[in-house]
Design a binder for this molecule. Structure first.
Ligand code: GLU
Length: 511
């Protein structure tokens, strides 16, 4: 028995940013290839010249690499711009560079009588469609040009009349096997004779349509399993008919369910971030996103394990466990996974990732002296556990930098706390101690002050701590004083935009 190594592909159209749905498609293809020892190809489907943009190709390639997905064949450079390097023996891997291949195949289908030239004008087709609507018939092409005589065809060609190329669909139902959904069948009538190449005055001038080029490419590239979104299910019978016309083997298909938002509507920007680059900018880690996307429509055999590295996924993944029911994108679960990976992340890596969010508050990362870097690592150790994604850090850590005594007084919840007599007394006692002290405030000194203030005023617990916290940070909640005080004092001593404890209390009392 001969076994073929599986060959799969991810075939994005560079018409926008890589969306989580497509990223999941890429991931499942990649996992399947790595799991089975097969090959994973990247093909750029850029035949829609008006909507395709090189910047999207570049971004797409960057996003895939960021997710940790590599490909065995496809663009090999930093991007996929025309003429850029490629690897693999089945190229070119950009459809815009394969137009001659499609034209040759179209000629072959015409010669073999599997396809025909359709000279119908758009007005004629529209009129046909209207009659069909009026007669309550399906709006499919009548096949009028199927049987044009060679003489009529020659006459039309000589007159320079534009034509589309249509595939002749037989009578048999179009069937394929879907690894997620089982056997699928479409009646031939529902497909009618699809256009392969759009209307033009010659085969090579006409633009070949998606269903056609995708099939030619999948066949010539030896794709054995087509794994893609279920929005392509209705395209598949046309593609099956094209395989049949060429006499090519039909691959296995696996159509992945649609990703929905919590309201069960198709996931869109309305629900929050949807593009990989946005998640990246927000400070999600690629391992969290990969883990989350893997679980979006697939589950491990034990049904319990939820955290997987890419390597673990490679061992556990199987298409048989991919579910046909729609997947609901759950931001809370993604956040939970991101927190899990943030906790495990190497501090240097976190520092590198998080630095950019503090632009204007910290010197440039490469210009920062070692003590500033070490200080930043402590800041992260304190605040990273409090965020879902890294772009929330500046806000969480704002009390360390942006001390605004007026705002601290004015804030509604603070004002209620500060209005208590006990608050005034506590802060007065604390301020007098701060004023009498000239060296940096250590956590020990601060602790001693708090004990003295407690003893002198009889105020304790929340009533004692919350006004002090407001006076120090502008907010009544946040990290423990033991960790916060040294961070503030050391930040001030390093000359960063961090007011010292003394500065804060004095400015606060001065309002
Ligand atoms: N370019 C198509 C898309 O992005 C590819 C579909 C397919 O995988 O066949 O939807």
């Amino acid at each position: 028995m001969t076994t073929t190594t599986p060959r799969v592909r991810f075939a994005p159209s560079p018409t926008g940013l890589l969306h989580v749905g497509n990223a999941r498609t890429a991931l499942y293809n990649w996992l399947f290839a790595r799991r089975t020892g097969g090959q994973f190809l990247l093909r750029i489907e850029d035949t829609d010249l008006e909507r395709s943009e090189v910047r999207y190709e570049t971004q797409l390639i960057e996003d895939l690499r960021w997710l940790g997905l590599d490909w065995d064949e496809g663009p090999a450079g930093p991007d996929a711009a025309p003429g850029s390097p490629e690897k693999g023996a089945h190229g070119p891997y950009r459809q815009s560079e394969r137009l001659e291949i499609y034209a040759e195949h179209t000629e072959r289908l015409l010669t073999e009588g599997k396809a025909y030239r359709c000279f119908c004008t758009s007005e004629e087709l529209e009129a046909e469609r209207k009659v069909a609507v009026a007669e309550h018939r399906p709006q499919v092409y009548s096949g009028r040009c199927r049987a044009l005589s060679a003489a009529v065809i020659d006459q039309n060609l000589a007159a320079g009349r534009p034509f589309a190329v249509r595939l002749k669909i037989g009578e048999e139902p179009l069937r394929f096997h879907d690894l997620v959904r089982g056997p699928v069948e479409f009646a031939a009538e529902s497909v009618s004779d699809p256009i392969l190449v759009r209307s033009a005055t010659s085969v090579s001038a006409g633009i070949p349509v998606y269903n056609y080029v995708v099939t030619v490419d999948d066949a010539l590239m030896g794709i054995t399993h087509v794994i893609r979104g279920d929005d392509h299910i209705s395209n598949t019978p046309r593609q099956v008919a094209i395989y049949q016309a060429f006499g090519w083997p039909i691959p296995e298909f696996a159509h992945l369910s649609t990703i929905l938002g919590a309201d069960r509507e198709r996931l869109s920007k309305r629900h929050g971030a949807t593009s990989i680059s946005t998640f990246r900018q927000m400070g999600y880690l690629p391992e969290a996103l990969v883990n989350y996307l893997a679980l979006l429509g697939w589950g491990a055999e034990d049904g319990k394990t939820e955290t997987f590295t890419l390597e673990e996924l490679t061992r556990a993944f199987s298409l048989e466990r991919v579910t046909p029911s729609p997947a609901i994108f759950d931001f809370d679960k993604l956040n939970w996974l991101n927190r899990h990976y943030l906790k495990q992340a190497d501090p240097d890596r976190l520092a590198e990732l998080a630095w950019g969010y503090f632009a204007g508050r910290l010197p440039d990362a490469n210009a920062a002296p070692a003590p500033v870097q070490a200080w930043f690592a402590r800041l992260l150790a304190l605040f990273v556990p409090a965020v879902d994604h890294l772009d929330q850090l500046p806000l969480k850590a704002a009390p360390v930098f942006a001390f605004d005594p007026e705002a601290a007084h004015a804030h509604e919840e603070n004002a209620a706390i500060l209005a208590a007599d006990s608050a005034r007394i506590v802060l007065g006692e604390l301020a007098s101690r701060v004023r009498a002290h000239s060296s940096p405030v250590t956590p020990e000194v601060f602790k001693a002050w708090m004990n003295e203030v407690k003893a002198a005023t009889g105020v304790k617990g929340k009533d004692l701590f919350r006004p002090v916290r407001i006076a120090l940070t502008g907010t009544h909640s946040g990290p423990e004083f033991d960790k916060l005080i040294p961070l503030i004092e050391d930040g001030a001593a390093l000359g960063l935009a961090v007011p010292s404890v003394r500065d804060r209390i004095e400015r606060f009392m001065g309002v």
